[in-house]
Design a protein around this ligand. Structure first.
Ligand SMILES: COc1ccc(C(=O)Nc2ccccc2)cc1NC(=O)CCSCc1cnc2[nH]ccc2c1
Length: 273
């Protein structure tokens, strides 16, 4: 029995069901693999666009890396195929949808829900760092929810952003750590910073350094102008964790393995993720 990873796929192995994310992910469709009835997401990339953005090699490299990644909190890339004009990525389908929509609906998450997501993402990042993969864009827009409501890092490849430059330009700065805003070299600790920003946004419903103008956000980030709004539902233990992650000196940020032992995570995160 050939698994979904090895087979040489063609489009007529799949029944296209409906568009997903309304063009948010480019052209992504819900599809069913006809023989196994396996539900997947198929992302369609135009070769012309890949050529014009010079990302063909980046895509090949990324597909190579991602086809070996196996983690419950990382969206699977099962494989790819292509025809004359397009490349098709066969991706895992996360059937509880987009986390940012959930956050918009609830305004903010309970400490238990936030801690469960943060712990799962920390484990996924530890796994990725172990494979020398960093800077996963872990803002809410790039997180999906699996069948048990588990969070999945779903948007790989900064190249997806360079794909439509406009989005990179007006994309939010909110998640960038000081060293990236000041564009000095960065290492895996950028992900600790972004996870701290995410934890704040899960609990307060807004990112910590939000401001009207990009220049103000920029300044608030580099000065680490971290202020916790008065909110009784957020414990001092949560604020302690966030304060240990949003540290300007990247080497001083709380290591992800230490995050998993922090009292707020121990007391609030659901161990099953
Ligand atoms: C592992 O994931 C990815 C791997 C690679 C790429 C990619 O495009 N790489 C690239 C492109 C061009 C040049 C170089 C590299 C994108 C993704 N991921 C997404 O695009 C978001 C989920 S799309 C699927 C999906 C699933 N489950 C859902 N549930 C609701 C909506 C939804 C949407």
């Amino acid at each position: 029995k050939v698994s979904i990873e090895e087979k040489r796929w063609t489009l007529n192995d799949f029944e296209i069901r409906k568009p997903l994310g309304r063009g948010k992910f480019g052209h992504v469709y819900l599809a069913r693999e006809k023989k196994s009835n396996h539900i997947v997401a198929i992302k369609v990339l135009f070769k012309s666009q890949l050529k014009q953005s010079q990302v063909e090699h980046q895509l090949r490299r990324e597909v190579e890396i991602q086809s070996h990644l196996r983690h419950p909190n990382i969206l699977r890339l099962y494989g790819y195929f292509y025809d004359q004009t397009r490349v098709y990525l066969i991706l895992e389908y996360a059937n509880k949808g987009e986390l940012y929509k959930e956050l918009q609906k609830c305004k903010y998450f309970s400490e238990r829900r936030a801690a469960t997501y943060i712990a799962s993402l920390a484990r996924a990042l530890i796994y990725l760092h172990g494979k020398h993969v960093i800077h996963r864009d872990i803002k809410p827009e790039n997180l999906l929810l699996g069948v048990q409501g588990e969070v999945k890092i779903a948007d790989f490849g900064w190249s997806v952003h360079t794909f439509n430059r406009r989005r990179t330009m007006c994309g939010t700065l909110d998640y960038l750590p000081p060293e990236m805003v000041e564009s000095v070299e960065h290492d895996a600790s950028v992900d600790i910073w972004s996870l701290g920003v995410l934890c704040f946004e899960f609990l307060y419903g807004v990112p910590p350094f939000e401001a009207k103008e990009h220049s103000d956000t920029y300044r608030r980030i580099v000065e680490v102008d971290l202020k916790f709004p008065p909110k009784p539902t957020v414990s001092s233990s949560a604020k302690d964790l966030i304060s240990q992650m949003l540290v300007k000196e990247s080497s001083q940020r709380l290591p992800l393995i230490k995050l998993l032992e922090h009292p707020w995570i121990i007391q609030n995160a659901d161990p099953s993720g």
